[in-house]
Design a protein around this ligand. Structure first.
Ligand code: NAD
Length: 491
């Protein structure tokens, strides 16, 4: 079975003017999963026009009513979790259990922003003059663009779409070309839930569409999640046309620090889940372990043993614990990083190759890979691999761990495993990251909590939580003179 997907503009499926493209199953390249139109600048401009036309009416819908549509989407999604998870697994390759987990996470995001319709608050503050009321009020921006990656094809779009809509904006969204059907399902759910035509528009495509969604003068904010290179280019382009409301959530090189008193029964499963969940294709994946030399041998042994035991296979197989990476091209990139590490003599303790046996022959499977003795000046220690590859480095002290933790350009997530309360208190001060975990793995985000990174990981404000909604609103300060006198001379 394969899906024939299209753009979605002004409440209708639209083929557009671009060429047809194909998405194949990452677990079996012989299987066509979806067809979709590769959008062009012209398609993007049509979608933007639709959003411009829809804005004035949508902005007048009271925020609690806008939020009710978000709630309807959540209810619809709850009744279709298995279908949605199957689509996600077919396109993105995740094991079904992980796909279901992501669908559930996205529903919690919808629940949270459903409530946000009642919390779109301003503030009344005393004025200098008598008989004047001064207060702030939040208004929509108008048309905003969202550009999203493939690795969380449901949760990431929802944590941008839901706050943007509650705030009263209309949207043009470009998802990754790896997940066309998952994206189409999202806009269909919103339409079914009662969203008026033109309020949420979907354009499939690549860089050409993405660039139009940043350059077009109708766009009043850009929310992007993806790689650091593309995020920086978007930020530059937006700055050139004077658009400052830009949010970019980018790559990571996240580490877990293991101190001598860490509980290995807690730390090792955390490392395995963090490194090999989603085949390492998470911005918050654990890609480095900084382990104290007194426990390095034991920890490495346990990590290698458990990495070897992982059952790798197609995501649709219920036994599978780790699925394929997203594409053949990406698989080759991951293998090139592995080969580069081997070429400079770093010890590969397990994995380090493509898996092609039996049912895996036509998929993009990389064996769970662990290197140890990884020096801090090499690519494997510093660059995002975005695959199931873990680099272990031995440290001699907490101070050294912090130095190495912060020695990379990224600043997304970090974790410390220790029983030492003093270090647990210090770590959030010392770690140059946006997401700090104590005695738990590096991945994780919750709808009600701000999410994002520092340094090369994050440009602009955080997503989710109340921060998520502030980004999509324009705050205005209002002076209301109810005494009748003129204040101009006093100001
Ligand atoms: P990517 O940067 O290649 O693509 C992301 C999106 O940008 C896609 O929709 C793509 O088509 C679009 N795009 C590509 N070139 C563009 C251009 N020139 N102008 C505008 N848009 C353009 O990233 P990806 O491979 O889809 O996703 C993986 C990356 O995303 C990793 O680096 C990962 O760390 C990051 N990521 C970050 C977070 C976070 O919250 N920090 C979350 C998920 C993924």
């Amino acid at each position: 079975m394969s899906w024939d997907t299209q753009h979605f503009m002004d409440g209708e499926r639209v083929f557009g003017v671009g060429e047809m493209a194909w998405r194949y199953d990452p677990a079996d390249s012989r299987r066509l999963v979806s067809t979709f139109p590769m959008g062009t600048r012209k398609d993007a401009a049509h979608a933007i026009d639709a959003a411009v036309r829809a804005f004035p009416k949508w902005a007048t819908v009271p925020a609690p009513e806008r939020a009710r549509i978000i709630r309807n989407v959540g209810e619809l999604a709850r009744s279709k979790i298995d279908d949605l998870a199957t689509i996600m697994t077919a396109e993105a390759g995740k094991p079904l259990r992980e796909s279901r987990g992501e669908i559930a996470k996205g529903i919690l995001v919808l629940d949270y922003y459903d409530g946000a319709g009642l919390r779109l608050r301003g503030e009344v503050t005393p004025a200098e003059a008598a008989d004047v009321l001064t207060y702030t009020q939040r208004f929509p921006l108008s048309v905003v663009s969202l550009i999203t990656p493939w690795n969380f094809p449901w949760a990431v779009p929802l944590w941008k779409i839901a706050p943007a809509l509650v705030a009263g904006n209309t949207i043009v969204w470009k998802p990754s070309p790896f997940v066309p059907r998952m994206s189409e399902v999202i806009v269909e759910l919103f339409a079914e839930a009662g969203l008026p035509p033109g309020v949420l528009n979907l354009v499939h495509g690549g860089a050409e569409v993405g660039e139009e969604l940043v350059q077009n003068s109708a766009i009043q904010a850009v929310s992007f999640t993806g790689s650091t290179g593309v995020g920086r280019a978007i930020y530059r382009t937006a700055a050139e046309r004077g658009l400052s409301r830009v949010l970019c959530e980018l790559g990571g090189k996240n580490a877990i620090v293991v101190m001598p008193d860490a509980d290995p029964e807690l730390a090792v499963p955390g490392i395995i889940g963090g490194a090999f969940g989603s085949a390492g294709q998470r911005c918050t994946a654990t890609s480095r372990v900084l382990v104290h030399r007194s426990v390095a041998l034991l920890a490495t042994e346990l990590i290698v043993e458990r990495a070897r035991a992982l059952k790798v296979g197609p995501g649709l197989d219920p036994e599978t614990q780790m699925g394929p990476v997203v594409s053949d091209e990406h698989c080759r990139r991951v293998l090139a990083s592995i080969d580069a590490a081997k070429a400079i003599g770093i010890r590969c303790c397990t994995g380090g190759h493509r898996l092609t046996d039996g049912a895996l022959e036509y998929g993009n499977f990389v064996a769970p890979t662990v290197f140890d003795g990884v020096p801090p000046d090499c690519g494997l220690f510093r660059e995002e691999v975005f695959g199931p590859v873990l680099a272990i480095t031995t440290i001699g002290s907490y101070a050294e761990a912090i130095e190495l933790l912060n020695a990379v350009e990224y600043g997304h997530a970090a974790s410390l495993y220790t029983e030492d309360r003093r270090l647990l208190d210090r770590f959030p001060h010392d770690a140059q990251v946006g997401m700090v975990h104590l005695n738990e793995p590096t991945p994780g985000g919750e709808a009600q909590l701000p999410f994002g990174g520092m340094k090369a990981t994050g440009i602009g404000p955080r997503e989710m939580g109340d921060e998520g909604i502030l980004f999509f609103t324009q705050e205005k300060t209002i002076f209301r003179n109810f005494g009748g006198g003129s204040l101009l001379s006093a100001r």
